[in-house]
Design a protein around this ligand. Sequence first.
Ligand code: AMP
Length: 300
Amino acid sequence: MGCSEDECIRRSMYEQSIMNIAGTIREMREWCEARRAAGERIGFVPTMGALHEGHLSLVRAARESCDVVAASIFVNPTQFGPNEDLSKYPRRLERDCELLEKEGVAAVFAPSAEEMYPRKATTWVEVEGLSERLDGRSRPGHFRGVTTVVAKLFHIVDPAAAFFGQKDAAQVAVIRRMVRELNFRVEIVVCPIVREADGLAMSSRNIYLRAEERKQALVLRRALIRVQELWLSGERNAVKLVEAGRDEIAREKGVRLDYFEIVDPDSLDPMGEALNGALVAVAAYVGPTRLIDNFMLGIA
Ligand code: AMP
């Protein structure tokens, strides 16, 4: 009997590993229900795969505070725009499962797109207002896709806690708001950005970068550090700080700025005065690859 590539990988991994790999919603639900019935607190790490140390740091945080850890690997089509990289997004299910198993993950949910969306999606979860800020402004519909799939995953896994990276700061704001307003009983835990040795924020998309672009990509971090330095020397005018960040990006040819903003981390509203805890966030195209980075003033 033939099987799809993902399904074959799932089957062969399943035969070899102690980690449970579920391809269907029913299997995943049954596994989670059994864990909860045993009195275990499930920690959940949703991902799109092509895992790196950033993802694994979420798994480690989950292991520390939960009894069992479940992860999902799903490249969610509804959060990609028509001209984005859905078809070329890296897919490495076998390697990802090996990494997760080494980290002590007990179950992986790796459904197909047909399993998650058997029909064209007509029901959406959307956080109005926030979804049009930062990445949502340049990627219309992106956060609607994110909140919809995360809501579905929360319904399937029903975790006690879910772990997200500060790297996607706007996503954190949107998910926190969704959880609060829709009364999900999950605790949202946010983990720090994991970086390469030279400061580039780790991202599954970094593998798209050619050697020259990999160097150019460092300008995102440089621009954030420039703003931090100015802030530490006393500058509180957000317009001036943003200008300094944008100038730094503009100096790197081959990099096209998408946004550079200083916003309230919960409402994502732009701030006039850059107060302690404000989110400084940048997105830029390095060649064709869109990268993001951020930090919080006075915090890191
Ligand atoms: P993704 O696979 O890109 O959807 O990311 C899955 C989760 O990993 C999200 O919560 C991301 O914020 C988080 N993540 C991605 N990159 C990093 C990083 N460099 N440091 C910390 N968390 C990250």
